[in-house]
Design a protein around this ligand. Sequence first.
Ligand SMILES: NC(=O)c1ccc[n+]([C@@H]2O[C@H](COP(=O)([O-])OP(=O)(O)OC[C@H]3O[C@@H](n4cnc5c(N)ncnc54)[C@H](O)[C@@H]3O)[C@@H](O)[C@H]2O)c1
Ligand SMILES: O=C(O)C[C@H](O)C(=O)O
Length: 314
Amino acid sequence: MKKITVIGAGNVGATCANVIAHKDLTREVVLVDIKEGVAEGKALDIWQTSSINNFNTRVIGVTNDYLKTKGSSIVVITSGLPRKPGMSRDDLIKTNAAIVKDVTEKVVKYSPEAIIIVVSNPLDVMTYAAYKAARKHSSRVFGMAGILDTGRYKAFLAEALDVSPKDIHSLLLGGHGDTMVPLPRFTSIAGIPVTDLLNKEEIDKIVERTKKGGGELVNLMGTSAWYAPGAAAAQMVEAIVDDQKRIFPVCALLNGEYGLHDVYMGVPVKLGSRGIEEIIELNLNKEEKKMLEESANSVKGVMKVLDDMNLFED
Ligand SMILES: NC(=O)c1ccc[n+]([C@@H]2O[C@H](COP(=O)([O-])OP(=O)(O)OC[C@H]3O[C@@H](n4cnc5c(N)ncnc54)[C@H](O)[C@@H]3O)[C@@H](O)[C@H]2O)c1
Ligand SMILES: O=C(O)C[C@H](O)C(=O)O
């Protein structure tokens, strides 16, 4: 049985631990937070739903006690500030980079073999920071955003078409920001191309709403989303625990794929027990390539801010 740790017991971390427990993937989930009592309380609350929701997974909460995370196979990092209305995800970099570096070093000390899934924002650059801090192969350090972003895209499409979201398949590339690249050309409803079912104007409207999907929720709630993000990270955990070889858009380190180097961004990957087992390269048209390049430039701009912070030796 694999031990799973979730760092950060706030909105996303607690939701993720809760969904993992409901899936009954493992015996033990450790939830860690820096705030005294928060992880302990939420873990106990989740555990007390076990007889109601019919699962065995024991969720244990700890305050900053990494010894309890020892030997974890998978660690999800959600610690860090969420944005407020008027902020971009990139505005979080200074605070969250220091947090992500610190927690990753502690995680790796006690669980050197762990696969790390980063959720903290700005996602692509925080995943890069975790990769630098973890000093392990990039197939074992990656980020969650694409499942969330395609989840939003599918929800909007399901509503527009009045069909089940379960029948919608789609892909998305790029950074987890307003330059993300949803791909209508790779979107189908039970195999039927979406372009046969909706006109360009209707699709464009849904693509634009998807790109700003995080901000829409921040404006509604005063903080960012958690149900879909927590469930999306749990779906990645499930694919790894069960060696499912699922194809998901995941924030991965690119080393030449899509003509990009040394940058973390969303691309389709095969996810299994070894982490990222393959990065899938799509045959993009000129317009899609241009949008991906723009997205990469935007992520690189934020990487420069991280570099200037001099948190890492090399
Ligand atoms: N990748 C995505 O798609 C996605 C989606 C949603 C949220 N996020 C990001 O996830 C992060 C968490 O969001 P949230 O809504 O759960 O925020 P939150 O404020 O509800 O929770 C964050 C938690 O992290 C804890 N924390 C802070 N520093 C810590 C440390 N050093 N060690 C352990 N715990 C620490 C806080 O005490 C808090 O409980 C944010 O950065 C947010 O932007 C990313
Ligand atoms: O939008 C945010 O700040 C949080 C997250 O990245 C999201 O897309 O919900």
